[in-house]
Design a protein around this ligand. Structure first.
Ligand code: TXA
Ligand code: MG
Length: 340
Protein backbone atom coordinates (compact mmCIF):
# COMPACT_ATOMS: atom_id res chain seq x y z
CA UNK A 1 0.00 0.00 0.00
CA UNK A 2 0.98 3.62 -0.55
CA UNK A 3 1.30 5.51 2.77
CA UNK A 4 -0.43 8.92 2.59
CA UNK A 5 1.39 11.89 4.13
CA UNK A 6 -1.16 14.14 5.87
CA UNK A 7 -0.79 17.69 7.18
CA UNK A 8 -1.60 18.73 10.74
CA UNK A 9 -4.66 20.76 9.73
CA UNK A 10 -8.43 20.19 9.74
CA UNK A 11 -8.35 18.37 6.39
CA UNK A 12 -5.53 16.12 7.65
CA UNK A 13 -7.36 15.34 10.90
CA UNK A 14 -10.57 14.58 8.98
CA UNK A 15 -8.77 12.19 6.61
CA UNK A 16 -6.99 10.50 9.53
CA UNK A 17 -10.34 10.13 11.32
CA UNK A 18 -11.89 8.54 8.24
CA UNK A 19 -9.04 6.01 7.90
CA UNK A 20 -9.20 5.16 11.61
CA UNK A 21 -12.98 4.65 11.63
CA UNK A 22 -12.54 2.28 8.68
CA UNK A 23 -10.07 0.18 10.72
CA UNK A 24 -6.85 1.58 9.20
CA UNK A 25 -3.62 2.70 10.89
CA UNK A 26 -2.25 6.27 11.09
CA UNK A 27 1.12 7.47 12.37
CA UNK A 28 0.34 10.51 14.55
CA UNK A 29 2.49 13.02 16.38
CA UNK A 30 2.27 13.35 20.15
CA UNK A 31 4.33 15.52 22.52
CA UNK A 32 6.48 12.46 23.39
CA UNK A 33 7.08 10.39 20.22
CA UNK A 34 5.02 9.49 17.13
CA UNK A 35 2.37 6.84 17.78
CA UNK A 36 0.95 4.20 15.45
CA UNK A 37 -2.77 4.74 16.02
CA UNK A 38 -5.70 2.41 15.45
CA UNK A 39 -9.20 1.87 16.89
CA UNK A 40 -8.63 0.74 20.50
CA UNK A 41 -12.04 -0.96 20.68
CA UNK A 42 -11.34 -3.41 17.83
CA UNK A 43 -9.07 -6.39 18.55
CA UNK A 44 -8.47 -7.06 14.85
CA UNK A 45 -7.02 -3.53 14.49
CA UNK A 46 -4.67 -4.21 17.41
CA UNK A 47 -3.47 -7.30 15.53
CA UNK A 48 -2.67 -5.10 12.51
CA UNK A 49 -0.68 -2.75 14.76
CA UNK A 50 1.41 -5.63 16.14
CA UNK A 51 1.99 -6.94 12.61
CA UNK A 52 3.05 -3.56 11.16
CA UNK A 53 5.57 -3.02 13.98
CA UNK A 54 6.75 -6.63 14.15
CA UNK A 55 5.90 -6.37 17.84
CA UNK A 56 5.39 -9.42 20.08
CA UNK A 57 1.65 -9.59 20.89
CA UNK A 58 2.30 -10.04 24.63
CA UNK A 59 3.33 -6.37 24.89
CA UNK A 60 0.19 -4.27 25.55
CA UNK A 61 -0.75 -0.99 23.86
CA UNK A 62 -1.50 2.44 25.37
CA UNK A 63 -5.02 3.80 24.73
CA UNK A 64 -5.15 7.53 23.87
CA UNK A 65 -8.08 9.80 24.71
CA UNK A 66 -8.78 13.50 24.14
CA UNK A 67 -10.81 14.29 27.29
CA UNK A 68 -10.50 13.22 30.92
CA UNK A 69 -14.16 12.18 30.87
CA UNK A 70 -13.32 9.41 28.35
CA UNK A 71 -11.26 7.57 30.99
CA UNK A 72 -14.26 6.29 32.95
CA UNK A 73 -15.54 4.20 30.02
CA UNK A 74 -12.21 2.39 29.58
CA UNK A 75 -11.51 1.34 33.18
CA UNK A 76 -13.41 -0.41 35.98
CA UNK A 77 -13.30 2.66 38.22
CA UNK A 78 -11.47 6.00 38.41
CA UNK A 79 -9.76 6.09 41.82
CA UNK A 80 -8.88 9.39 43.58
CA UNK A 81 -5.19 8.86 42.67
CA UNK A 82 -6.09 8.90 38.96
CA UNK A 83 -8.07 12.12 39.41
CA UNK A 84 -5.15 13.74 41.20
CA UNK A 85 -2.67 12.70 38.51
CA UNK A 86 -4.99 13.86 35.73
CA UNK A 87 -5.47 17.23 37.39
CA UNK A 88 -1.70 17.67 37.71
CA UNK A 89 -0.40 16.19 34.44
CA UNK A 90 -3.14 15.69 31.82
CA UNK A 91 -3.13 16.46 29.03
CA UNK A 92 0.55 15.50 28.96
CA UNK A 93 3.24 12.80 28.88
CA UNK A 94 1.81 10.53 31.59
CA UNK A 95 0.23 7.08 31.11
CA UNK A 96 -1.84 5.51 33.90
CA UNK A 97 -2.55 1.81 34.26
CA UNK A 98 -5.85 0.71 35.84
CA UNK A 99 -8.05 -2.40 35.87
CA UNK A 100 -9.73 -2.45 32.45
CA UNK A 101 -13.37 -2.24 31.44
CA UNK A 102 -14.92 -5.01 29.32
CA UNK A 103 -14.81 -2.85 26.14
CA UNK A 104 -10.99 -3.15 25.97
CA UNK A 105 -10.15 -6.12 23.73
CA UNK A 106 -7.65 -8.67 25.03
CA UNK A 107 -5.43 -7.93 22.04
CA UNK A 108 -4.99 -4.33 23.27
CA UNK A 109 -4.17 -5.29 26.86
CA UNK A 110 -2.20 -8.36 25.72
CA UNK A 111 -4.36 -10.52 27.94
CA UNK A 112 -3.67 -8.47 31.09
CA UNK A 113 -6.58 -7.45 33.34
CA UNK A 114 -5.37 -3.82 33.16
CA UNK A 115 -5.24 -1.09 30.51
CA UNK A 116 -2.80 1.80 29.98
CA UNK A 117 -4.45 5.17 29.21
CA UNK A 118 -2.99 8.51 28.18
CA UNK A 119 -4.42 11.95 27.29
CA UNK A 120 -1.74 13.57 25.09
CA UNK A 121 -1.28 17.35 24.99
CA UNK A 122 -0.18 17.60 21.35
CA UNK A 123 -2.88 19.51 19.44
CA UNK A 124 -2.49 17.21 16.41
CA UNK A 125 -2.94 14.08 18.54
CA UNK A 126 -6.07 15.62 20.04
CA UNK A 127 -7.24 16.62 16.55
CA UNK A 128 -6.86 13.04 15.25
CA UNK A 129 -8.52 11.42 18.31
CA UNK A 130 -11.47 13.83 18.12
CA UNK A 131 -11.86 13.40 14.35
CA UNK A 132 -11.87 9.61 14.77
CA UNK A 133 -14.37 9.83 17.60
CA UNK A 134 -12.69 6.77 19.13
CA UNK A 135 -10.11 5.95 21.79
CA UNK A 136 -6.92 5.14 19.87
CA UNK A 137 -4.44 2.40 20.72
CA UNK A 138 -1.01 3.76 19.83
CA UNK A 139 2.37 2.24 20.52
CA UNK A 140 5.41 4.17 19.36
CA UNK A 141 5.42 4.13 15.53
CA UNK A 142 8.78 2.39 15.08
CA UNK A 143 9.64 -1.13 14.01
CA UNK A 144 9.89 -3.18 17.20
CA UNK A 145 13.36 -2.87 18.73
CA UNK A 146 14.28 0.33 16.85
CA UNK A 147 14.51 3.76 18.51
CA UNK A 148 11.09 5.45 18.85
CA UNK A 149 10.30 7.97 16.08
CA UNK A 150 10.35 11.68 16.86
CA UNK A 151 9.64 12.93 13.32
CA UNK A 152 7.26 11.90 10.53
CA UNK A 153 10.35 10.97 8.48
CA UNK A 154 11.39 8.45 11.15
CA UNK A 155 7.92 6.87 10.90
CA UNK A 156 8.11 6.67 7.10
CA UNK A 157 11.59 5.17 7.33
CA UNK A 158 10.27 2.27 9.44
CA UNK A 159 6.66 1.83 8.25
CA UNK A 160 6.23 3.30 4.75
CA UNK A 161 4.05 0.94 2.69
CA UNK A 162 2.79 -0.86 5.81
CA UNK A 163 0.30 1.70 7.14
CA UNK A 164 -2.41 3.86 5.55
CA UNK A 165 -1.08 7.30 6.55
CA UNK A 166 1.30 9.45 8.59
CA UNK A 167 0.27 12.87 9.85
CA UNK A 168 3.24 15.25 9.98
CA UNK A 169 3.18 17.51 13.04
CA UNK A 170 6.90 18.33 13.07
CA UNK A 171 9.42 17.09 15.63
CA UNK A 172 8.11 15.92 19.04
CA UNK A 173 8.74 18.15 22.05
CA UNK A 174 9.66 15.71 24.84
CA UNK A 175 11.45 13.16 22.65
CA UNK A 176 11.12 10.08 24.90
CA UNK A 177 7.95 8.07 25.55
CA UNK A 178 5.50 8.94 28.32
CA UNK A 179 6.03 8.18 31.98
CA UNK A 180 4.08 4.99 32.81
CA UNK A 181 2.67 4.54 36.31
CA UNK A 182 0.44 1.70 37.49
CA UNK A 183 -2.35 2.42 39.95
CA UNK A 184 -3.32 -1.26 39.93
CA UNK A 185 -0.81 -2.09 42.70
CA UNK A 186 -1.29 -1.37 46.44
CA UNK A 187 1.31 1.40 46.17
CA UNK A 188 1.50 3.28 42.82
CA UNK A 189 4.54 2.10 40.90
CA UNK A 190 6.64 3.79 38.21
CA UNK A 191 7.09 1.31 35.33
CA UNK A 192 8.73 3.59 32.76
CA UNK A 193 10.32 7.00 33.41
CA UNK A 194 9.58 9.90 31.05
CA UNK A 195 8.94 13.64 30.89
CA UNK A 196 6.88 13.59 34.12
CA UNK A 197 9.50 12.85 36.76
CA UNK A 198 9.33 10.44 39.71
CA UNK A 199 9.82 13.45 41.98
CA UNK A 200 6.76 15.18 40.44
CA UNK A 201 4.66 12.01 40.84
CA UNK A 202 5.65 11.77 44.51
CA UNK A 203 4.73 15.44 45.03
CA UNK A 204 1.17 14.60 43.93
CA UNK A 205 0.66 11.07 45.30
CA UNK A 206 3.07 10.79 48.21
CA UNK A 207 4.46 7.26 48.11
CA UNK A 208 5.41 5.95 44.63
CA UNK A 209 7.58 2.84 44.15
CA UNK A 210 10.00 2.44 41.29
CA UNK A 211 9.96 -0.87 39.42
CA UNK A 212 13.32 -2.72 39.40
CA UNK A 213 13.26 -2.80 35.59
CA UNK A 214 13.64 1.00 35.43
CA UNK A 215 17.28 0.90 36.49
CA UNK A 216 18.36 -2.71 36.05
CA UNK A 217 18.31 -5.41 33.40
CA UNK A 218 15.57 -7.95 34.06
CA UNK A 219 16.78 -11.07 35.80
CA UNK A 220 15.83 -14.36 34.21
CA UNK A 221 12.70 -15.87 35.72
CA UNK A 222 11.40 -12.65 37.32
CA UNK A 223 7.78 -11.76 36.50
CA UNK A 224 7.65 -8.50 34.49
CA UNK A 225 5.23 -5.76 35.49
CA UNK A 226 5.70 -3.93 32.17
CA UNK A 227 6.23 -6.33 29.27
CA UNK A 228 7.87 -3.56 27.21
CA UNK A 229 10.89 -3.63 29.51
CA UNK A 230 11.57 -7.25 28.54
CA UNK A 231 12.64 -6.60 25.02
CA UNK A 232 15.91 -5.21 23.73
CA UNK A 233 14.79 -1.73 22.98
CA UNK A 234 15.78 1.57 21.50
CA UNK A 235 18.72 -0.10 19.83
CA UNK A 236 20.64 1.18 16.88
CA UNK A 237 22.49 -1.50 14.90
CA UNK A 238 25.78 -0.14 16.21
CA UNK A 239 27.18 -1.44 19.50
CA UNK A 240 26.60 1.28 22.10
CA UNK A 241 28.93 1.44 25.12
CA UNK A 242 28.37 3.93 27.93
CA UNK A 243 31.47 5.56 29.38
CA UNK A 244 31.09 6.77 32.97
CA UNK A 245 33.62 9.44 33.93
CA UNK A 246 34.66 13.08 33.66
CA UNK A 247 34.94 15.05 30.38
CA UNK A 248 38.70 14.53 30.35
CA UNK A 249 38.46 10.79 31.07
CA UNK A 250 35.82 10.42 28.34
CA UNK A 251 37.97 12.23 25.76
CA UNK A 252 41.08 10.26 26.67
CA UNK A 253 39.28 6.90 26.43
CA UNK A 254 37.57 7.68 23.11
CA UNK A 255 40.78 8.99 21.53
CA UNK A 256 42.70 5.92 22.71
CA UNK A 257 40.08 3.79 20.93
CA UNK A 258 39.73 5.93 17.80
CA UNK A 259 39.24 3.78 14.68
CA UNK A 260 37.12 3.79 11.52
CA UNK A 261 33.40 3.36 12.29
CA UNK A 262 33.82 4.50 15.90
CA UNK A 263 31.61 7.44 16.92
CA UNK A 264 31.05 9.54 20.02
CA UNK A 265 27.57 10.29 21.40
CA UNK A 266 28.25 13.12 23.79
CA UNK A 267 27.12 16.43 25.28
CA UNK A 268 27.26 19.83 23.59
CA UNK A 269 30.81 21.15 23.90
CA UNK A 270 32.44 17.69 24.18
CA UNK A 271 33.26 17.36 20.48
CA UNK A 272 36.35 19.61 20.54
CA UNK A 273 39.43 17.47 20.90
CA UNK A 274 37.72 14.21 19.96
CA UNK A 275 39.46 12.25 17.21
CA UNK A 276 36.30 10.43 16.06
CA UNK A 277 33.09 11.84 14.53
CA UNK A 278 30.83 13.11 17.30
CA UNK A 279 27.09 13.57 17.68
CA UNK A 280 26.19 15.97 20.46
CA UNK A 281 22.70 15.19 21.76
CA UNK A 282 22.14 18.05 24.17
CA UNK A 283 23.33 19.96 27.18
CA UNK A 284 24.08 18.17 30.46
CA UNK A 285 22.80 21.16 32.44
CA UNK A 286 19.32 20.64 30.91
CA UNK A 287 18.38 16.96 30.67
CA UNK A 288 15.27 17.87 28.67
CA UNK A 289 17.54 18.70 25.72
CA UNK A 290 19.10 15.22 26.01
CA UNK A 291 15.66 13.56 26.04
CA UNK A 292 14.60 15.65 23.04
CA UNK A 293 17.48 14.56 20.78
CA UNK A 294 18.40 11.06 22.04
CA UNK A 295 16.35 8.93 19.62
CA UNK A 296 17.22 11.03 16.60
CA UNK A 297 20.91 10.65 17.54
CA UNK A 298 20.54 6.86 17.91
CA UNK A 299 19.03 6.69 14.42
CA UNK A 300 21.75 8.99 13.05
CA UNK A 301 24.60 6.73 14.25
CA UNK A 302 23.16 3.97 12.06
CA UNK A 303 22.68 6.33 9.13
CA UNK A 304 26.39 7.17 9.40
CA UNK A 305 27.43 3.52 9.48
CA UNK A 306 28.90 3.53 12.99
CA UNK A 307 29.87 0.13 14.43
CA UNK A 308 30.87 1.25 17.92
CA UNK A 309 29.42 4.25 19.73
CA UNK A 310 30.92 5.59 22.96
CA UNK A 311 28.12 7.41 24.78
CA UNK A 312 27.90 9.75 27.74
CA UNK A 313 24.86 9.18 29.93
CA UNK A 314 23.34 11.51 32.56
CA UNK A 315 22.75 10.42 36.14
CA UNK A 316 19.34 8.86 36.82
CA UNK A 317 17.58 11.90 38.33
CA UNK A 318 14.75 14.08 37.07
CA UNK A 319 14.25 13.71 33.31
CA UNK A 320 17.78 12.25 33.33
CA UNK A 321 16.18 9.04 34.68
CA UNK A 322 14.27 8.62 31.39
CA UNK A 323 17.40 9.26 29.31
CA UNK A 324 19.41 6.85 31.48
CA UNK A 325 16.70 4.16 31.19
CA UNK A 326 16.58 4.36 27.36
CA UNK A 327 20.33 4.70 26.79
CA UNK A 328 21.15 1.81 29.16
CA UNK A 329 18.80 -0.40 27.13
CA UNK A 330 20.32 0.79 23.85
CA UNK A 331 23.69 -0.21 25.31
CA UNK A 332 22.43 -3.55 26.63
CA UNK A 333 23.59 -2.21 30.06
CA UNK A 334 27.24 -2.19 28.95
CA UNK A 335 29.01 0.50 30.99
CA UNK A 336 32.74 1.14 31.38
CA UNK A 337 33.62 3.02 34.57
CA UNK A 338 36.62 5.23 33.78
CA UNK A 339 39.35 6.08 36.22
CA UNK A 340 38.75 3.08 38.49
O1 TXA B 1 4.62 8.34 24.87
C1 TXA B 1 4.08 7.27 24.71
O2 TXA B 1 3.62 6.59 25.63
C2 TXA B 1 3.97 6.75 23.26
C3 TXA B 1 3.07 7.71 22.50
C4 TXA B 1 2.76 7.24 21.12
O3 TXA B 1 1.92 7.97 23.23
N1 TXA B 1 3.52 5.41 23.24
C5 TXA B 1 4.31 4.37 23.63
O4 TXA B 1 3.72 3.13 23.49
O5 TXA B 1 5.43 4.51 24.05
P1 TXA B 1 4.55 1.78 23.53
O6 TXA B 1 3.54 0.75 23.15
O7 TXA B 1 5.77 1.88 22.70
O8 TXA B 1 4.90 1.57 25.02
C6 TXA B 1 3.89 1.16 25.95
C7 TXA B 1 4.53 0.68 27.23
C8 TXA B 1 5.17 -0.66 27.06
O9 TXA B 1 6.38 -0.70 27.80
C9 TXA B 1 4.11 -1.61 27.64
O10 TXA B 1 4.66 -2.80 28.11
C10 TXA B 1 3.52 -0.75 28.74
O11 TXA B 1 3.52 0.56 28.22
N2 TXA B 1 2.13 -1.13 29.06
C11 TXA B 1 1.03 -0.93 28.31
N3 TXA B 1 -0.06 -1.47 28.90
C12 TXA B 1 0.36 -1.99 30.07
C13 TXA B 1 -0.28 -2.68 31.14
N4 TXA B 1 -1.58 -2.94 31.13
N5 TXA B 1 0.49 -3.08 32.18
C14 TXA B 1 1.82 -2.83 32.19
N6 TXA B 1 2.49 -2.18 31.21
C15 TXA B 1 1.78 -1.78 30.16
MG1 MG C 1 7.72 1.62 21.98
Amino acid sequence: MQTELLKADDAGFARAGEILRAGGLVGMPTETVYGLAGNALDGSVAKKIYAAKGRPSDNPLIVHIAAFSSLAKLVKAVPPAAEKLARAFWPGPLTMILPKAACIPDEVSAGLPTVAVRFPSHPAAQGVIKAAGLPLAAPSANLSGRPSPTTAQHVLHDLSGKIEAVLDGGPCGVGVESTVITLATPVPRLLRPGGITLEALRDVLGEVDMDDAVLHPLKAGVRVSSPGMKYKHYSPKANVVILDGTDAQYRAYVNAHAAPHVMALCYDGDADGLQVPALCYGNLSDERTLAHDLFDALREVDARGAETVYARCPSPEGVGLAVYNRLMRAAGFEVIHLGE
